[in-house]
Design a protein around this ligand. Structure first.
Ligand SMILES: Nc1ncnc2c1ncn2[C@@H]1O[C@H](COP(=O)(O)OP(=O)(O)OP(=O)(O)O)[C@@H](O)[C@H]1O
Ligand SMILES: [Mg+2]
Length: 337
């Protein structure tokens, strides 16, 4: 388990002190895919760079499987670092080395025998599906292929943790999907823990078990992917989901023409089999006018959204809403503009 406690990272310059990471605490379980999402400048890269000590934190604690890595001596730190692999948006491959040599590099550093290196590199090439490219140079590969090689290199020494800093940001949607599948396969087959940074909710939603939203150096909201999508609390989280869901998610000019209040309902896939709306109409003296709807498919679950006008006397409307809430549906008024 990774435990980050009250982590602070400050940069000092002529203009003063700038807090890029501001008192951040979170835990990541083993074999979990933990997403950190935020706008540019939120402090995401600085935070993960602290995790593998590319950056020296100003204060706080980082505990990996019970070991506080900030107290480690140089030699212990090197061993600990071997347990953390990292991939980047820009792939960072050695351009003068072949695919084979790129993947072999960390194994050579670890003084593995030539025969063992060969065995491991061939195994990894098979895992990423690029055996036929072993003698190619990075310049001869597509973006998606380069990232596959970077992933193979990052996991070559079998680290416990893989950090991805915008690992799919430079890729088109098809390549993004194939890299996300590869990351899922890494968790399934190698039981690795992945922390992935992204500014794209569509990436986080496909793969993350839990998602933390970062703004101005702080984690402002954290939840399981399904709860975050069903019940986003913070404006920043809403705007990330809204960008993904289209205009039906929240207020818009299209919702201003209704006489009765307009609500946004959000519900998990467990609700899909229940005829909740028709029951609601039969139980209470209300009508429901469907305005918009969509579904967000997450890693394991999906979350549905409906925008509805509930027509009726206020008392009946309130009873209907209480009933919907009792059925585990989150209900929010869509503000008229
Ligand atoms: N070495 C540094 N010295 C001074 N300020 C820095 C340094 N590194 C980062 N910062 C500042 O810290 C803040 C957070 O930067 P960081 O790179 O962590 O953001 P980010 O969330 O990864 O953004 P992006 O999505 O653009 O990659 C920024 O305002 C940045 O200018
Ligand atoms: Mg960054």
């Amino acid at each position: 388990m990774i435990e980050v406690k009250n982590l602070v990272k400050e940069f000092t310059s002529d203009e003063g002190v700038f807090r890029a990471v501001d008192d951040v605490s979170f835990k990541v379980n083993n074999s979990e895919i933990y997403g950190i999402i935020g706008l540019s400048g939120a402090g995401k890269s600085t935070l993960v760079r602290c995790l593998n000590k590319l950056e020296e934190p100003t204060s706080g604690e980082i505990i990996i499987d019970g070991v506080s890595i900030l107290d480690l001596k140089q030699e212990d730190l090197l061993r600990e670092r071997k347990d953390i692999g990292m991939i980047f948006q820009s792939f960072n491959l050695f351009m003068q080395k072949t695919v084979y040599d790129n993947i072999a590099y960390p194994l050579k550093i670890n003084k593995m025998s030539k025969a063992d290196i060969n065995k491991r590199v061939m195994e990894l090439l098979n895992f990423i599906g690029l055996e036929d490219k072993k003698d190619s140079y990075p310049s001869q590969l597509s973006g998606g292929q380069k990232q596959r090689v970077a992933i193979a290199r990052a996991i070559a020494t079998n680290p416990k943790i893989l950090l991805s800093d915008e690992g799919t940001s430079a890729l088109d949607p098809a390549n993004t999907q194939s890299i996300l599948s590869l990351l899922k396969k890494i968790v399934e087959e190698y039981k690795m823990t992945i922390i992935m940074i992204t500014h794209q909710m569509e990436v986080a939603k496909d793969i993350c078990d839990r998602i933390a939203v970062m703004e101005k150096g702080k984690i402002i909201e954290e939840n399981t992917a399904s709860e975050l999508f069903k019940n986003p609390k913070h404006a920043m989280t809403r705007s990330f989901i809204k960008n993904l869901s289209g205009p039906d998610y929240e207020s818009g000019p299209m919702f201003t023409d209704f006489k009765n209040p307009v609500y946004r309902l959000a519900y998990l896939d467990a609700n899909y089999n229940e005829p909740i709306l028709s029951k609601c109409i039969r139980k209470f003296d209300v009508d429901i006018n469907l305005i918009a709807g969509n579904i967000n498919q997450l890693k394991e679950r999906s979350v549905g959204y409906l925008v509805v006008e509930i027509i009726g006397e206020e008392k009946e409307r309130e009873k209907a809403i209480d009933y919907l809430k009792s059925q585990n549906i989150s209900v929010e008024v869509v503000e008229h503009e």
